[in-house]
Design a protein around this ligand. Structure first.
Ligand SMILES: *[C@@H]1O[C@H](CO)[C@@H](O)[C@H](O)[C@H]1NC(C)=O
Ligand SMILES: *[C@@H]1O[C@H](CO)[C@@H](O)[C@H](O)[C@H]1NC(C)=O
Ligand SMILES: *[C@@H]1O[C@H](CO)[C@@H](O)[C@H](O)[C@H]1NC(C)=O
Ligand SMILES: *[C@@H]1O[C@H](CO)[C@@H](O)[C@H](O)[C@H]1NC(C)=O
Ligand SMILES: *[C@@H]1O[C@H](CO)[C@@H](O)[C@H](O)[C@H]1NC(C)=O
Ligand SMILES: *[C@@H]1O[C@H](CO)[C@@H](O)[C@H](O)[C@H]1NC(C)=O
Ligand SMILES: *[C@@H]1O[C@H](CO)[C@@H](O)[C@H](O)[C@H]1NC(C)=O
Length: 683
């Protein structure tokens, strides 16, 4: 536009000054109107090109539109759209453009060669309907010949399409508008002079230079080709008057397409390319052209695309069949055996659907995690139907032992009801996932309450609260030992298994180790299980778990609460490592005040604390037969029975072995016993 404007102005004014001014203006304005680029080789060109199909830049310097596989196509377009319209005094026309490029087609010996390539101008750099074979990777059976394609191309066709398109021969150059049936086509060649045309085989394996020029003023398109040894012939191979206005859109993409077919495969390369609107394209530097790889045996072991497609579709079909069979089998199993029910599950109704649990925990989201341990994770959840807040324990280790504990916990807890036992809401078994749902304990465990704020000088709980908690635990234990239909030995009484509900009502949790037996029956010896520091000597040595060993553990809990320290504290001075031993020693030397939790300050009744400490020692005697029963423990705690005077004598028999410090480690069997230590809020 500007070029022509200048001519008009220049002619009218005839003024040198204005000419200079306008030339300056031209220089200033041209960059935003004209597109002008050159690739002398395709080094660092990847970002400027949109590649499709198998097209790629190889060896870092040349553009390979296709390799010599069968049934492939490749497209490479300049990524930026090119403005193709200009407005001239109210008339919109297509700008002049000019391009020059060098292509090379390498055909394997004995092969028929590929389909050829095109220089294409299209509305988009992507051609979703393009097809290989005779469609040259430009158009396809669905859109060939459609005027809404807005595609212009110059084809360098190396195959004769016998059935689909009317073509001159198997080595021609043609102009295509929206259709691979060319508007004009002619045998490839060049005019050395005005009268004599020299034929040129496009697939001769040598680089060939091509020029395509469109004069927007006179609306003529011309195509010229020549071997590198020949300068641009004066007379074009094709020259045809044609207005591209109805074909082009405001902005177009320029590039190349190419394809191969079943019996026709070649490697199609573009070695260099220059393009410009509004003027002649820059000349290509022929001295620095990239070299194409040798044709000989390149990709000889190449699996053709057809075979690839065949293999992939076969695999996909097999996979589909396998999945289908699997789904059907699963559906069949589900209807026959809804979710692998085992016999212990049958008489237990608390089963919850996995998807509800999944929903409740927001897909076992980390944000809902209350705590973790060797046993797995505990999540807070809101059950979708009832909107009840629950704690969800998920154990993933599906060993036989783990399974037994899981079943044991559900069977035991599911049928027991007591205000001081944590309530089971339900369970779920999904493959490896063993899930138990409990009522939610907003105040965590006694263990956190006692020890999580150790650094603060003030106790979180008052003595009164602590005593109430102890009474509650004792009451729960009484229910287990004497009040329920069977005798239940909990086997894992400890502060971390005492959970605290609203108003700090304590509830015993974790019944994974609990083993019920009939009243009057003798409990069987089992493997030693429990937590070190809480285990009675007979349990530790003989694996004999009885109500009496539960009382021992409760005694340790009494001391723990009154002293505000753990049963075994390795960092303490040597004589204080074992809590039981230390309290006993202080008791014998009449220094019992020394062991009282200093954080209780003065706000406690010493008589009560002393009673609890002594009771703890009575419970922790090494001989099970001299320990009180839990019913008596409750009477002492209530004050309805006083500790007898010969109590110190009983204490004498304390087995020293028992009081040796033991590492504060859970000996909960190798399978990682389920512990509810983590049922705490805001650990
Ligand atoms: C604009 O188009 C009209 C109709 O095609 C033509 O008569 C006129 O000469 C054109 N004007 C220019 C400046 O090309
Ligand atoms: C041409 O293409 C357009 C848009 O893709 C489509 O709506 C139309 O039906 C096509 N015409 C023919 C004849 O296929
Ligand atoms: C044109 O070129 C051909 C081949 O190079 C040559 O044989 C012929 O004489 C030339 N004709 C003229 C008029 O130069
Ligand atoms: C277009 O053709 C006209 C007439 O032949 C010529 O004057 C003009 O320079 C050409 N323009 C371009 C950009 O080649
Ligand atoms: C390519 O092939 C030719 C002849 O077949 C041979 O002379 C040349 O060394 C080969 N070049 C490479 C890089 O293999
Ligand atoms: C216990 O939980 C209740 C309810 O969430 C809360 O109001 C109370 O402050 C908690 N008490 C302690 C000591 O954490
Ligand atoms: C799972 O079980 C194996 C033995 O069956 C045990 O070694 C491992 O520690 C367990 N893992 C957890 C997380 O409980």
């Amino acid at each position: 536009m500007i070029l022509e404007n200048i001519k008009v102005l220049h002619g009218k004014m005839g003024s040198r000054v204005i000419h200079i001014q306008i030339t300056l203006l031209l220089c200033y304005l041209l960059p935003c109107l004209a597109e002008d680029f050159i690739f002398n080789g395709f080094q660092q060109a990847a970002e400027s090109l949109t590649l499709g199909g198998v097209a790629k830049i190889i060896d870092g310097d040349k553009l390979e539109l296709t390799d010599n596989s069968n049934f492939v196509m490749g497209q490479a377009f300049f990524s930026s759209p090119i403005p193709m319209m200009r407005n001239q005094k109210g008339n919109t026309t297509v700008v002049s453009f000019s391009t020059c490029f060098i292509f090379q087609i390498i055909t394997e010996e004995g092969s028929n060669g590929g389909q050829g390539l095109t220089f294409a101008i299209a509305p988009s750099g992507k051609l979703p309907d393009a097809y290989f074979g005779q469609y040259l990777g430009l158009l396809g059976p669905t859109n060939n010949g459609n005027f809404s394609n807005h595609v212009f191309a110059v084809e360098f066709d190396t195959a004769m399409a016998k059935d689909k398109f009317i073509e001159t021969n198997g080595n021609h150059v043609g102009i295509d508008i929206n259709d691979l049936n060319s508007i004009i086509s002619t045998t490839a060649g060049y005019y050395a002079n005005e009268s004599s045309k020299t034929n040129l085989l496009l697939e001769n394996g040598q680089p060939i230079q091509a020029w395509i020029d469109y004069n927007g003023t006179v609306k003529v398109i011309s195509v010229t080709i020549a071997p590198l040894s020949v300068p641009k012939p004066f007379k074009p191979l094709i020259s045809i008057a044609m207005d591209l206005m109805p074909i082009f859109e405001e902005e177009m993409h320029v590039g190349f397409t190419s394809s191969t077919s079943k019996h026709r495969a070649s490697s199609h390369y573009i070695l260099a390319w220059s393009f410009r609107t509004g003027g002649a394209a820059k000349s290509i530097d022929l001295s620095s052209l990239p070299k194409v790889p040798n044709s000989s045996s390149r990709r000889s072991g190449h699996i053709t695309t057809k075979i690839k497609v065949l293999i992939i579709s076969t695999i996909a079909a097999f996979a589909f069949i396998i999945i289908l069979v699997g789904v059907l089998l699963y559906a069949w199993r589900r209807t026959r055996f809804p979710d692998e029910i085992e016999d212990w599950e049958l008489n237990h109704p608390h089963r919850i659907e996995y998807k509800d649990i999944y929903k409740a925990t927001k897909g076992f989201s980390k944000t809902e995690l209350l705590g973790s341990g060797g046993f797995g994770h505990v999540y807070k959840g809101i059950m979708p139907r009832t909107e009840e807040v629950v704690a969800i324990k998920r154990t993933s280790n599906n060993t036989r032992q783990g399974m037994r504990e899981f079943a044991s916990e559900i069977l035991n807890l599911g049928r027991m009801r007591h205000r001081n036992l944590v309530e089971l809401r339900g369970w779920c078994k999904q493959n490896e996932d063993l899930i138990i749902v409990y009522e939610f304990m907003p105040n965590g465990s006694l263990d956190t309450l006692l020890f999580n704020h150790r650094n603060s000088n003030r106790a979180i709980t008052s003595w009164h609260q602590r005593l109430t908690i102890l009474k509650g635990v004792a009451s729960g234990l009484l229910y287990l030992h004497e009040e329920w239909e069977k005798v239940v030995v909990h086997r894992d009484i400890k502060s971390s298994n005492v959970l605290l509900g609203t108003d700090l009502i304590p509830k015993l949790g974790d019944f994974g180790l609990a083993r019920p037996y009939n009243h009057g029956e003798n409990p069987q010896t089992t493997s030693a299980a429990g937590t070190r520091g809480y285990m009675a000597p007979e349990l530790l040595h003989m694996g004999k778990a009885t109500t009496s060993s539960d009382v021992f553990a409760f005694g340790v809990l009494l001391l723990e609460v009154a002293c505000g320290r753990r049963p075994i504290e390795l960092s303490a001075p040597e004589n204080e490592v074992s809590l039981v031993k230390w309290v006993k020693e202080c008791f014998l030397s009449s220094e019992l005040r020394k062991v009282v939790d200093p954080r209780l300050g003065d706000e406690y009744d010493y008589q009560e604390v002393e009673m609890v400490l002594k009771l703890g020692l009575v419970c922790c005697q090494s001989r099970p037969e001299v320990r009180p029963r839990i019913r008596e423990v409750i009477q002492y705690l209530d004050g309805s029975q006083q500790l007898v005077d010969d109590f110190p004598l009983l204490l004498q028999d304390v087995n020293q072995d028992l009081l040796e410090p033991q590492p504060a480690k859970s000996v909960h069997s190798s399978h990682g016993s389920v512990s509810m230590t983590s049922l705490q809020v805001g650990r």
